[in-house]
Design a protein around this ligand. Structure first.
Ligand code: GAF
Length: 367
């Protein structure tokens, strides 16, 4: 749908889009399921201005890329610039009259850490171009456009979790998103004396190498075999028992139980029973490790070390195969958790992890 011009747009300005932590609800988004992310204070900032030609000029970390928007097709741009150019192209494909721009990016998000640096780049581009061209486009539509850019221009068949988190989250709240209906509910995140610590395991994280895509296609095949539109329609974990393939059965069991865990987590948050969230997070990790098979050795070791140091719960976060875990712990044991994870890593000769204490921040917008 062609967008309307919005009052207060600018020919130049700065915008910011955050990364995210997904509290719980992993590999559920592309199964029409439930997710519960919140936005990080860290993100991607873009400063930009409109151009009179149809050229997109992109600057980041001393690198410059230029593309002619009229000639842009998937595959024409690669690397980091594909995420940016892809958003411009997908905005235009959706009927939004976006023209040339010069965009300068800066980021304080760790890259490859599984906290959505790609989505933050896409969403920063989306809000910047919408702002520069004075387009009135809602966050849900921008999220779908940014998702399309990642799928078509970066080749990752991702769900809608990361882009929605970056665009729709609110400060001090987690976002309960129903990925089937798009219904977004902001759930107050009052952790009291507890903290969520992100531990970047420094094991590189890439979703474009086929494993993520194969999980998604396995779920789609399972839904077809079970005669449902998506795995969201499967509410009884035992229903998967009719599937002949044991791997597929395990994948389905993860998705069905993870959706239930999201709802249970929301209940606990609303009741202020924060420590009780811990076992749900750990159960999510075990399921992602054993049933969905997307965990990696550093994540498993970090989760075990955190739990041994009296964390309430811990789980891998994001798509998997590298990246970060999140740990829910009372603030009094945070130092013990760090020491326990550091010790476990150094004992194995692994690089020291990086730690990020998180707070729930607001979604993308003008700076
Ligand atoms: C990645 C994807 F981009 C998301 O869409 C989601 O599927 C996530 O992995 C797993 O929950 O971040």
């Amino acid at each position: 749908m062609r967008s309307r011009r919005r009052a207060g747009g600018a020919r130049a300005g700065s915008w910011r889009a955050p990364g995210r932590v997904n509290l719980i609800g992993e590999h559920t988004d592309y199964n029409d399921g439930l997710v519960l992310p919140y936005a990080l204070p860290q993100g991607v900032t873009v400063t930009g201005c409109r151009r009179d030609d149809d050229v997109l000029e992109m600057h980041s970390l001393g690198r410059t890329e230029r593309v002619d928007l009229a000639a842009l097709t998937p595959g024409a741009v690669t690397g980091w610039a594909a995420y940016v150019a892809g958003v411009a192209a997908c905005l235009r494909d959706a009927g939004h009259p976006v023209g040339g721009a010069t965009l300068r990016f800066a980021s304080d998000l760790p890259q490859g850490a599984g906290v959505s640096s790609s989505a933050a780049l896409e969403c920063a581009t989306a809000v910047a171009l919408a702002g520069l061209y004075e387009l009135d486009i809602g966050g849900e539509e921008l999220a779908r456009i940014a998702q399309r850019a990642e799928q078509d221009y970066a080749g990752v068949p991702c769900g809608i979790l990361d882009q929605s988190a970056s665009l729709l989250c609110r400060a001090d709240h987690a976002l309960l998103l129903d990925c089937r209906t798009g219904a977004a509910t902001h759930v107050p995140l009052r952790l009291g004396d507890h903290r969520v610590l992100v531990v970047d395991t420094r094991a590189g994280h890439r979703l474009g190498d086929g494993e993520y895509a194969s999980r998604r296609s396995c779920c789609e095949e399972a839904a077809r075999a079970l005669g449902v539109g998506s795995l969201r329609d499967v509410t009884d974990p035992e229903a998967a028992g009719s599937l002949p393939d044991p791997v597929m059965r395990r994948r389905v069991r993860h998705v069905v139980q993870e959706n239930r865990r999201v709802l249970a987590a929301v209940d606990l948050l609303r009741r202020g029973e924060i420590a009780e969230l811990g076992p749900l997070l750990t159960a999510s990790h075990v399921s992602l490790r054993d049933d969905y098979e997307v965990s990696w050795p550093q994540a498993d070791v970090a989760v075990d070390a955190a739990l041994a140091a009296q964390a309430c719960g811990a789980r891998m976060c994001g798509g998997g195969f590298g990246g970060s875990i999140l740990v829910l712990a009372h603030r009094d044991v945070l130092d013990d958790v760090r020491v326990a994870v550091d010790t476990a890593f150094s004992g194995r000769g692994w690089a020291s992890p990086r730690y990020l204490e998180t707070t729930a921040s607001s979604g993308a917008g003008p700076v």
